[in-house]
Design a protein around this ligand. Structure first.
Ligand SMILES: NC(=O)c1ccc[n+]([C@@H]2O[C@H](COP(=O)([O-])OP(=O)(O)OC[C@H]3O[C@@H](n4cnc5c(N)ncnc54)[C@H](O)[C@@H]3O)[C@@H](O)[C@H]2O)c1
Ligand SMILES: [Zn+2]
Length: 354
């Protein structure tokens, strides 16, 4: 459905349902969205990070209510319990009530953190998302998974708490740094294999709308990741392992860059298991290339022990005492349990770029 030049994608979750608006100028709808969805609100708490707050368009984001801006440091390190506590305390000091609204303006870090603070504040306060990174527009901003990291692991504390609306304004992406574009494109690339084979051929706005629709559909049938939503982890088993070793080795690897490698790895593994043929592997490589990403391990990680990556993959949350991967196959992409370690290692060897 189109409203003006904007595309509306519905997240069908009954009384917790909401719309995702995609297109240039979507963030101009913030005030009217809040007036419709949170009519009792008398003030808003805008949560953002320092880089987003410095973007030239930031001052134009208008909740249409009196508001305070709460700014956190940019990057994953802001996603902590202490960060959520600091936000809730600031909300309290500014007199925010449970009838008011939290507005997250930022990438996935800000929306995860602000969403979690909103889920906890007064046991649940409405929040709305203005997704400003490509990754957030195609994935993190939609679906109501909120949370923070613990020293023991990423996203270990959190809550399912759906926003009242998500605004994916593609005009806001103009200020995004190049590496963040790359990261968003890697996340986007996975949707090519989850129902949008023509994704690389589309214009940016159509790509975002298509990905948002696919994510919304998966959330609509599986809000709490008991089934289909797990497919959104396509390419992520190796990606998470690579991110973990990159963190240990102090190598700068963006999430979507790791997903791009993970997608090609998943294809190689699926071929080893007889699920797909050479052409499909070539298509994975082509798609990753068309999104401007590399399927090769970064030079700094080329020497990482394959067994170390394997042990990280065995700890993946999809695995229950075995190796489990989301893999392509004759019925499309599905969760496959019980993958033999030799096959997982063999596919890692094949991944090596010389
Ligand atoms: N909740 C979910 O379902 C879900 C799904 C996927 C990822 N995530 C989470 O999302 C996070 C990653 O999201 P991300 O990549 O958006 O990270 P991010 O929020 O850290 O944003 C990336 C960087 O880009 C900057 N930035 C964002 N938008 C900008 C803009 N328009 N102009 C200039 N700078 C801008 C930010 O300041 C930050 O430095 C991770 O913490 C991940 O766990 C959550
Ligand atoms: Zn991801």
């Amino acid at each position: 459905m189109s409203a003006g030049r904007l595309v509306t994608v519905a997240v069908a979750l009954g009384e917790r349902g909401y719309d995702v608006l995609v297109g240039e100028g979507a963030s101009d709808e913030l005030a009217s969205l809040l007036a419709t969805r949170v009519p009792a609100a008398r003030q808003a708490a805008v949560v953002t990070d320092e880089s987003v707050a410095a973007a030239p368009w930031f001052a134009r984001v208008d909740p249409g209510l009196p508001y305070d801006v709460h700014t956190v440091a940019p990057g994953e390190r802001a996603k902590t319990v202490a960060g959520a506590e600091a936000l809730c305390r600031a909300f309290a000091r500014s007199g925010l009530t449970r009838h008011d609204v939290v507005v997250a303006v930022g990438g996935g870090v800000v929306t995860d953190l602000a969403g979690f603070a909103a889920a906890s504040y007064h046991r649940g306060t409405a929040y709305c998302t203005v997704a400003t990174s490509l990754l957030c527009q195609v994935d993190a901003g939609i679906g109501g998974k909120t949370g923070v990291d613990l020293p023991e692991g990423k996203n270990l504390m959190g809550a399912f708490w759906q926003p009242v609306g998500v605004l994916c304004d593609t005009a806001l992406l103009e200020s995004m740094p190049a590496r963040e574009w790359a990261s968003g494109r890697g996340e986007m690339a996975k949707y090519t294999f989850l129902g949008a084979p023509d994704l690389p051929d589309l214009a940016l706005e159509e790509q975002v709308a298509r990905c948002a629709a696919l994510k919304a559909a998966m959330v609509g049938v599986d809000e709490r990741e008991g089934g289909r939503r797990v497919l959104l982890n396509y390419g992520h088993t190796l990606a998470h392992a690579l991110e973990a070793v990159a963190l240990d080795a102090d190598v700068d690897l963006r999430h979507g860059e790791a997903v791009a490698i993970g997608l090609v790895y998943a294809a190689l593994l699926a071929r080893r298991l007889g699920r797909i043929g050479d052409e499909r592997v070539a298509f994975h490589r082509e798609v990753v290339g068309r999104f401007g990403l590399s399927p090769c391990l970064p030079d700094d990680l080329a020497e990482v022990e394959k067994k170390e990556l394997l042990s990280y993959m065995a700890r993946d949350k999809k695995a229950s005492h075995d190796l489990a991967f989301v893999l392509d196959g004759p019925r499309g992409v599905e969760l496959v349990h019980g993958v033999a370690p030799e096959d997982a290692l063999g596919a890692l060897e094949e991944l090596a770029c010389t």
